[in-house]
Design a protein around this ligand. Structure first.
Ligand code: PXL
Length: 260
């Protein structure tokens, strides 16, 4: 039997981010990929043009229908879209203690569209409190969630500490956009660790989705959180290097071979 990882995420029809990307990563890393949708966006690689959130009852119905038959070995949360969906997500996470659960707190698309209702930010933090393995905000998301400007290693450390205090969940602030070096920072409630990689100057869609999906797969393989963060950081760097255009707009991450 193949083991299943589930993403709870939005649909990006361009395939560069969201549920399509997450399930491709799960499959590439040796799992089956399942997806419970929170919302459907209208977008191509150059940006988001529309969004319809699914009803929270239907989010729950998708989840219930899946877990009647399948026992997931890991869950990733991406775009929640609404506060009502965030509350359902909290309920789902609470039913899966003991498996890795990665929360990518998606707030905006890189083209600037709101992917979570602004009023729902605090509800999302409440929903994941004590119910996840790691949060993976980027610099902008860490700043919004922690209520501060995040643009340096010091401010990343402070934001990660604040988010840990608020959620009791380890926090990895991804630093792909940090200058001059791309460094991510993990605070697990005790220790702070850094994950550095060479800065790659390339505008690629879906790197946050790719990273958090890979992180979940490595955790579900039984790796420690720091080891999984290191592996996911390296794999994401390789994926960004390999990114290609599909038409107009930003590059996307193509299929990849399972490392090792
Ligand atoms: O990369 C963030 C993201 C996540 N999920 C969906 C998206 C995007 C960005 O556009 O569309 C569905």
């Amino acid at each position: 039997m193949v083991r299943t990882l589930v993403t709870i995420a939005g649909h990006d029809p361009s395939g560069g981010a969201g549920a399509v990307m997450d399930t491709a990563v799960f499959r590439g890393l040796g799992f089956h990929g399942a997806a419970v949708l929170t919302a459907v966006t209208a977008q191509g690689p150059s940006g988001v043009r529309g969004l319809v959130a699914l009803e929270p009852d239907f989010l729950w119905a998708q989840y219930r229908a899946l877990v009647r038959d399948v026992r997931p070995v890991g869950i990733k949360v991406g775009m929640a879209a609404t506060g009502a969906n965030a509350a359902v997500i909290g309920r789902i996470l609470g039913r899966h203690e003991g498996i890795p659960r990665v929360i990518d707190p998606v707030l905006r698309s890189s083209s600037g569209a709101a992917l979570l209702e602004p009023a729902a930010i605090s509800g999302l933090l409440d929903a994941v409190r004590g119910r996840a393995s790691v949060l993976t905000p980027n610099l902008a998301e860490a700043g919004r969630l922690a209520g501060m400007k995040v643009d340096s290693l010091e401010t990343m450390a402070e934001a990660a500490r604040r988010l840990f205090d608020r959620t009791e969940v380890p926090c990895l602030v991804t630093g792909g956009h940090l200058r001059p070096e791309a460094v991510s920072l993990l605070f697990d409630g005790r220790r702070t660790r850094l994950f550095a990689k060479k800065k790659i100057r390339k505008d690629v869609h879906g790197t946050g989705c790719f990273f958090s999906a890979a992180l979940l797969a490595f955790l579900a393989q039984g790796r420690s959180l720091p080891r999984a963060c290191a592996l996911a950081t390296d794999l994401t760097a390789a994926a960004i290097r390999a990114a290609v255009g599909t038409g107009r707009g930003r590059a996307v991450i193509p299929g990849f071979r399972r490392p090792g």
